[in-house]
Design a protein around this ligand. Structure first.
Ligand code: SF4
Length: 314
């Protein structure tokens, strides 16, 4: 870790007193700040979030997030315990740059140049702190984000949305960047499953379905046109349980359809319905790890970890 300059501060926060230390450098691109936040009463560790580009969070976190938009509004049951809302409000209280508006939707045009300045091929989770296809993100800003991707073909970008109805409308007159993995969240039958139809309408280089948090049995699925299915349980203090048979139902259909299947985690609730730590619950399904990948489209990444690990960290 290199800290080229240092300033310190103390900020009040609901959970106690926070100590904020800032510096430049270390895995932070585009001139943004690197932040370490140590809090009394509630331990928090942030890595480079202030500059708009940061390492993926989680243990062993690698890869980068890039947030040209922050903030959002809730749109379906998957949003109930939104981690982005928790983090944005916490960072607002701690005066973290970029989060002055808390969780209110905010465009950050000054961050558009960040991926292009990074020369090492990288897998980006684009907009981990918002929903890029939110109705309040104008088409011209979306165009600018897509152009950033197009102009940085050495990178791969992943975008997940719950506003899938906007996808076919937006891309009706535009081509997807060739390095964009486009995905939708599918948490239940009524809100989530219809998103797959909208995703299928887009000629994306890779279409992924992220069933995290999986909240119910999804029944029979149409997995045509889907390149990757990920399933995971919820984490956080208010996490909802995920039943083993719901996961198995998806896995069996993915296997039958020949769609790569990845099981990321049980989350706070184990397959036995018992609440314990995410680490203890692990990610074994029927005694094995499911880490199947859309191999043909796997990006070249010179980071010291693979994209799948990055996704699992989120
Ligand atoms: S769409 Fe995503 S970022 Fe927006 S509220 Fe829902 S979970 Fe949070």
């Amino acid at each position: 870790m290199i800290i080229r300059f240092f300033c310190g501060g103390i900020a009040g926060n609901r959970g106690g007193v926070g100590f904020v230390f800032r510096g430049l450098g270390w895995r932070t691109e585009g001139g943004g700040c690197f932040e370490v936040v140590l809090m009394v009463g509630r331990c928090v560790f942030l890595r480079g979030m202030a500059g708009g580009m940061s390492e993926g969070r989680g243990e062993g976190g690698r890869g980068l997030t890039w947030n040209p938009v922050t903030g959002c509004t809730k749109v379906s049951p998957a949003c109930k315990n939104c981690y982005a809302e928790r983090l944005a409000k916490r960072w607002q209280a701690l005066d973290v740059p970029g989060y002055a508006n808390g969780f209110a939707l905010t465009l950050h045009p000054e961050r558009l140049g960040q991926p292009g300045r990074r020369k090492r091929p990288t897998f980006f989770f684009a907009n981990s702190m918002s929903d890029l296809f939110h109705a309040d993100v104008p088409d011209d800003f979306l165009d600018a984000v897509m152009e950033v991707m197009r102009r940085a073909p050495w990178h791969t970008f992943m975008v997940l949305t719950k506003r899938a109805a906007r996808l076919p409308v937006f891309f009706a007159s535009r081509r997807c960047p060739p390095n964009l993995w486009l995905g939708v969240t599918v948490e239940d039958r009524s809100h989530g499953v219809p998103r797959m139809d909208w995703l299928r309408e887009v000629d994306a280089p890779l279409r992924m379905v992220n069933m995290e948090p999986l909240l119910e049995d999804l029944g029979e699925l149409d997995l045509s046109g889907v390149d990757w299915v990920m399933v995971g349980g919820e984490t956080g203090p208010a996490a909802r349980p995920m039943r083993r048979e719901w996961v198995m139902g998806v896995r069996d259909q993915a296997v039958a359809a020949g769609v790569p299947f990845c099981f990321s985690k049980w989350g706070e609730w184990g397959p036995d319905g018992v609440r314990r730590s995410r680490r203890e619950n692990g990610r074994l399904l029927e005694g094995r790890v499911w880490d199947e990948r859309p191999v043909a489209a796997w990006p070249a990444v010179s980071e010291d970890r693979e994209p799948a690990q990055f996704l699992l960290d989120f």
